[in-house]
Design a protein. Structure first.
Length: 221
């Protein structure tokens, strides 16, 4: 899309021989050119990628998860959304939305939101304020002074090479990373469960969620 816009602008405004007749009848408006070039630069400076994961339980697809990473200059914006429908002893519908904003490699804000069977759970928020992180869970507030350069959302786009611990936006604490093999990592969660992450060419291809009550596979499509 961006190359097409550049070609259009160049042909329309910077090819006087080809568009001599047009230019003589319709003089170029500098403001129009400046606006067009500004839009091109803005679009060129922004980069976004999105990936999709199928969520499976016992071989059956029970939902999907979408991961989006957007780059704008020094800023990185991450968004993860998912929707799961399954049944244990009763039917369960879970919708999630996680967001994070990094600048120059440091986390500025993150939000964790969950809706289970139509009921919103306590939102989790991490914010960099006055050289410390303010951690909020519902009405509860605490602080964390350690810089956050890698959180669990980044696992879906960047292999944790030479990284010993990772920040959990949901548990609002740092968690050790255990390397289980070539491009394979395990994270033992504070609630006693654990996740296994598998990477290819530096990109996460498979996540296995090991819960005491179930096992879920999230496979990149």
């Amino acid at each position: 899309m961006i190359p097409a816009i550049i070609i259009w602008v160049c042909k329309k405004y910077f090819a006087p021989k080809t568009y001599k007749k047009f230019s003589s009848q319709n003089p170029v408006n500098p403001r129009v050119v400046a606006t067009a070039l500004f839009l091109i630069c803005s679009l060129s400076s922004a980069f976004a990628q999105q990936s999709r994961f199928n969520i499976k339980r016992n071989g059956e697809i029970i939902g999907q998860m979408y991961f989006q990473q957007k780059e704008e200059g020094e800023n990185t914006y991450l968004t993860i959304t998912s929707k799961v429908q399954t049944r244990f002893l009763f039917k369960i519908n879970v919708e999630t939305e996680d967001q994070a904003h990094f600048k120059n490699g440091r986390l500025l804000t993150s939000n964790v939101n969950r809706i289970v069977n139509g009921n919103a759970k306590e939102a989790k928020k991490t914010s960099w304020l006055n050289n410390v992180y303010q951690l909020k869970t519902g009405d509860k507030t605490s602080t964390l002074s350690q810089p956050i350069n890698y959180n669990m959302m980044l696992l879906y786009t960047k292999e944790p090479v030479n990284i010993s611990e990772i920040y959990s936006d949901n548990f609002q604490c740092f968690i050790p990373i255990q390397k289980n093999g070539a491009h394979q990592y395990r994270i033992n969660l504070p609630d006693g469960n654990y996740n296994d992450y598998h990477f290819e060419n530096g990109v996460c291809k498979l996540v296995i969620v090991n819960h005491s009550l179930y096992t879920i596979r999230m496979e990149r499509v």
